[in-house]
Ligand binder design. Sequence first.
Ligand SMILES: [Zn+2]
Length: 119
Amino acid sequence: MTEVKRLSYYVPVSTEMLAQADELAAAFRAALVAPPPTAEQKRAAAARRAQELAAAVARHETARTQLSGRLVDVLDLHRPQLPEYALWLQCHGCEAEGYDAEPPRWPCTTWCVAAGQQA
Ligand SMILES: [Zn+2]
């Protein structure tokens, strides 16, 4: 024979509290479910991403022309990248540890030190 144990609670709930809970749940749903972006919004976002990446690549190229030897290699390893899934520029040259680790934002500290620039 299997014995099933249940925790028992007694939580007094008034009709007003239930109504408030429904209102809160509706407010959360409304806040969490945003309408999908329009085609124009998607084009604008893609243009912003391309512009951001182009500016970062230009900054990177300018910095690397002022360096030589191994510093160019270091800079190239830590170059700006913007994968499709990423929300911001990333450095894939830095170690990202842990199963859920994300690459750091670009410019990373290593790139800044090698280029002699501030983030
Ligand atoms: Zn880096």
